[in-house]
Design a binder for this molecule. Sequence first.
Ligand code: BDR
Ligand code: CA
Length: 319
Amino acid sequence: MKKVILDIDTGIDDALAILYLLKHPNVEVKGLTTGFGNVDVALATKNTLQISELAERPDVPVFAGASKPFLRTWKGPVVHVHGENGIGNVSLPEPKAKAQDETASDFIVRAVNEEPGEISVITVGRLTNLAEALAKDPFLPKKVKEVVIMGGAVTVPGNVTPVAEANIAGDPEAAHMVFEAGFPLTMVGLDVTMQTQITAEDMAWMVSQKNETNAELIDALDEMVRFRLDAYKKQDGIDGSPLHDPLAVAVTLHPDLVKTKPMLVAIETKGALSSGATIADLRASEKPYYNVNVCLEVDAERFIKEFVEVVSGKQREVL
Ligand code: BDR
Ligand code: CA
């Protein structure tokens, strides 16, 4: 059974990733670490605690982390995609649990050192917490089992600029540190996450599976997904909502969902127009080494089925 740490900036798709991970039967979740990004770190932490309680997993410890990028200023919350409160304006009970006293990066260093070779770190926010952990323990790349990153785009356009994706563009220096450090790295970028969109029909199926046990969760999920479907319709004119962050969790738990290719990928930290771009060397010649396994194809149908089944706790016969 995999042992994982999930690093999040809890907006809507982060919340869906938490629900999917905490409801998944075949994983041991060591902790959830939070940072700024879709919302500020305090709100990301509160949302994470609330979503964990919604999933009936208040036992999973939450660690608050970075409040800003390494060298830059944070650009503020992404209200049009995630709502005023980051979770589509869904109102959830105040969390009963509190975050741990230990910081996110201290926890990552401790957890990985306690079980060398065992922990998969999944990041679905800015890479600031992981870069900070790396600065505290430069041997971290040799001690983690793997790092799976939701971020970047090598064969498709960016989403916050024509060439950059939000999690990388939000702290390019942190991403540069992580990409150059020698971690066993898998990149779940927009190349595949834009292909895995939850639709109104998928959500309607989940609502049809509501019962006494899962009603609260399904209602909250329905509100969050509808908010995000509206946002993507307005922003991109599409009829689905990409499951960016849940896909990174799914790839960690089921690597055969994707086809990957080893690539040499560098992070642009200087460009006036291209800051935060993930520049993959796509030239045919042999490279001296590769630093990232980049996901290029995904079995979207299988993933969406798995996602709705795990979250609702029900089997879906027909898609
Ligand atoms: C990423 O940016 C955030 O808005 C999402 O939560 C996801 O992690 C997609 O570019
Ligand atoms: Ca995220």
